[in-house]
Design a protein around this ligand. Structure first.
Ligand code: PHE
Length: 339
């Protein structure tokens, strides 16, 4: 019996040695240690072993089981590790290769410039004002002292939805809404889209404006000039000068067109400023007392300053963009320059 067991151990050792996959080593396990395996068979044959030899035979069988179990476990571990190593080798990645690139977007030049303008004014104590793009005639025109026969109210110049409802033609409508709802002092800056039925090289049916409004006691045209000069120096450079030219808006009196020294030639005269050294940038004025009264603000006690500028125009000047249509084409090759 002892020899028989020793022989089984030898056979098992050889089989384990020759197994070079996990499947094969598993077969060996079944063959020698399984329910119908060689050692179990031996134990089943115990009844034929003489009584006094049984303990000894039992001991040999147990020892054999321990040896075979240990050897198969070792080999299983070894093969499993080898399998992992091989997998790692096969699946290894070259971390120096270029990855898949995801394109990153960027802000539109108009958004960049609008953000910058709003930031300059908020740093001066202004808060953000807002109003709807679909507006009542009342806020866009009537409250702002724009009479019914004013050309701005013509069908050719305004998108009317009904007789009373329209797409706002300027952000000045936010002035009227704010003055009606807020007690002075008021300092607001209002960026937003506006609409007019124009479409050519220098006009688009939708464009963006930024409106500014100050209502307080004792504010004058000089404050307006100082404010706009501070703004212009921050947006362009500290040598920028501001010039007021008389103009007319029904909602401001006096009204002015505001020019800045050309940011390209600094006043010498170039192609951009058409040789004048100046570039028109916005419309402004002292709020017409009639508008204050329309909004129930005492025009004897309070004065207002207002200004409005086109964002596309400012972006064109600031970034030297020659044609406004480029701003609406959204060609990524152009937009990429603003990352
Ligand atoms: N709303 C005027 C425009 O669209 C600009 C403006 C705003 C002028 C405020 C004066 C004061 O042209």
């Amino acid at each position: 019996m002892k020899e028989k067991i020793a022989k089984i151990i030898e056979q098992a050792k050889l089989a384990i040695e020759q197994s070079d996959t996990l499947a094969l080593i598993n077969n060996v396990k079944v063959k020698f240690l399984g329910k119908n395996g060689e050692l179990t068979q031996l134990l089943r044959g115990m009844k034929d072993v003489p009584q006094e030899e049984r303990p000894m035979v039992g001991k040999y069988v147990n020892e054999a089981r321990d040896v075979i179990t240990q050897l198969t476990e070792e080999k299983t571990k070894q093969l499993a590790q080898a399998e992992i190593d091989e997998k790692m080798m096969k699946e290894s990645v070259d971390i120096t290769l270029d990855g898949k690139k995801t394109e990153r977007g960027s802000l539109h030049p108009c958004t960049l410039v609008a953000n910058e303008i709003v930031e300059i004014f908020t740093s001066l104590g202004f808060t953000l004002g807002q109003g709807p793009e679909i507006e009542l005639d009342k806020f866009c025109f009537q409250m702002l002292n724009i009479p019914p026969d004013h050309p701005a109210r013509d069908m050719q110049d305004t998108f009317y939805i009904t007789d009373d409802i329209l797409l706002r033609t300027h952000t000045s409508s936010v002035q009227a809404r704010t003055m009606l709802n807020t007690k002075p002092p008021i300092r607001i800056i209002c960026p937003g889209k506006v609409y007019r039925p124009d479409d050519d090289a220098t006009h688009s049916p939708m464009f963006q404006q930024i409106e500014g409004l100050v209502v307080d006691e004792k504010v004058t045209l000089c404050d307006l000039k100082g404010l706009l000069e501070t703004f212009a120096k921050r947006l362009f450079d500290s040598n920028t000068k501001v010039r007021f030219r008389p103009s007319f808006f029904p909602f401001t009196e006096p009204s002015v067109e505001v020019d800045l020294t050309c940011s390209v030639c600094h006043g010498k005269g170039c192609r951009i400023c058409k040789g004048t050294g100046w570039i028109e940038i916005l419309g402004a004025g002292v709020v017409n007392p009639k508008v204050l009264e329309n909004c129930s603000i005492d025009s004897k006690k309070y004065k207002g300053l207002a200004f409005g500028m086109g964002v596309e125009r400012v972006a064109m000047i600031k970034y030297g963009i020659p044609d406004m249509r480029i701003l609406f084409e959204n060609d990524v090759r152009f937009l990429k320059d603003f990352k």
